[in-house]
Structures are given as structure tokens and as C-alpha cells.
Ligand binder design. Sequence first.
Ligand code: PLP
Length: 257
Amino acid sequence: MSVLDHGLTVGDGVFETVKTVQGRPFALTRHLERLTRSARGLGLPDPDHDEIRRAARTVTDATPLPLGRLRITYTGGISPLGSDRGDNAPGLVVALGEVSRRPDSTAVITVPWTRNERSAVAGLKTTSYAENVVALARAHGQGASEALFANTVGQLCEGTGSNVFVVLDGEIHTPPLASGCLAGITRALAVEWTGARETELSPEVLEHAEEIFLTSTTRDVQAVHRVDARELPGAPGPVTAKAMRVFDERAGDDLDP
Ligand code: PLP
């Protein structure tokens, strides 16, 4: 990839992080479909799924890891910005890193910055993650591992790299995609497997929800034991613990051969 690739210089790129278990990618088809949706959102040509699958196989075969993460980055190459991309070659990098098993629970903060649900790139997984980097740095500075955003109309949206779920009166809720959150693969599975509802939520629910949890490729389902100054003793609570169990039981369901 050129050092002038616009994926590096201006964030003209899209990406996926895919969990691997014993070298087998989890939910790869869903990830590749989302990569294509994100690419189309940026006007990039459709990525070649077979090429990415081959590259993924090459790196997972080269480095056997019990638990890993594939980072697939697909970029605009070096065509003049905003022009017809013509036959400019897009950039593709597939890399594998190790992940350690995440703790069962974590602390999160809320941040005053907003996700723009009406942005041209809302819901796309682009390489422009600077906003997330700033928010995550604030979280780390406060002993937390994630920062939660509201959107421009004051609804709860998502974390820097995760989706958020709350338990209210024993029922699981998560913000709808219209909130501007990413269509998380883990979020979709959690909705499917737990019957969670998509509900417009005010960030104030974080002050009284019985339980809160996050979902992402690298966290799976992770309970929240502190949100800002509020402690949630006993996290994971019973509903979150059940969601975690469902995930553990079904996590092998969609592994690539
Ligand atoms: N929201 C954002 C902004 C993300 O970057 C991610 C993950 O990378 C997620 C949510 C969770 O998505 P997934 O479950 O597909 O990892």
C-alpha cells in the first residue's frame, strides 16, 4: 500500500475487525457484507470477498493463535480525492493480532461529544476514527475501557468500538440503528439470541438501568460494573450473565471452516 494511500492520509477507507478462534474467523460472511456496505457508502468499488478470504487464510495459517483478531482494511488508493475512482486500485491489508480474553465486566464513561446520526458516514465503519480515539483516551484516563456517545438529538448511541445494551424492568434494550450507531455484528447476534428490543433511549437510563452491557467483536458480551460515578455491584447481573452464556454456547455456530 502506498504511503500516500488516502486510507492513511484522509480516512478514505473502511475496515473490519473479525475474531478468530483457533484460526477460524467468526461470522466472516456478515463482516464481509458490512465491509461492502461501508465501501459502497464511500463510493469504493465492491471488495473482492474471495481475495479477502484467501488473505485471511494465509495469515491465520501462518500464525496459529487460540484467539485472534483479523484486521481487514480496504482503502481508496491514491486516485485524486472526490474524482471518479476510475480504474485506480484500492488498497487491501489483512493483518492478524492476538487478543486476550476480556474481563467479565468493565467500567465505562459517558462523553459530552456527539455521534452525528445524520452524517454522510453515519453507520459506516470507516478508517476515520479520530473522534473515537479522543473519547477512548478520556475513558482510559478515568480508569474505564469504553466511552459512550449520545447522538445530536440527545439519544444514547454507542461506544467508541462497541454497542450498548441496558436492562429495564427485566427486558433488554439497545439503541436502534437510526441513532447513528454502527450495525454491530455482535449487536445483531445479541438481538437475535436474546430478544433484545431496539428502543430510543435517553442517556439517563444509564443512571437507573438494572444492568448495562456492551457488545463487540473483541468483547463479545461484557457487563458494565461502573458508569461514570455509578457503581453496579454484582455485575454481570442475571440477565447479562445469561446473554454471556448464550454467546459462549453459540460462539462456535458461525466459524469459517
Ligand atoms: N460501534 C463501533 C463504533 C465500532 O467500531 C464497533 C466495532 O468495531 C462496534 C460498534 C461493534 O461492532 P462489532 O460487534 O461488529 O464488532
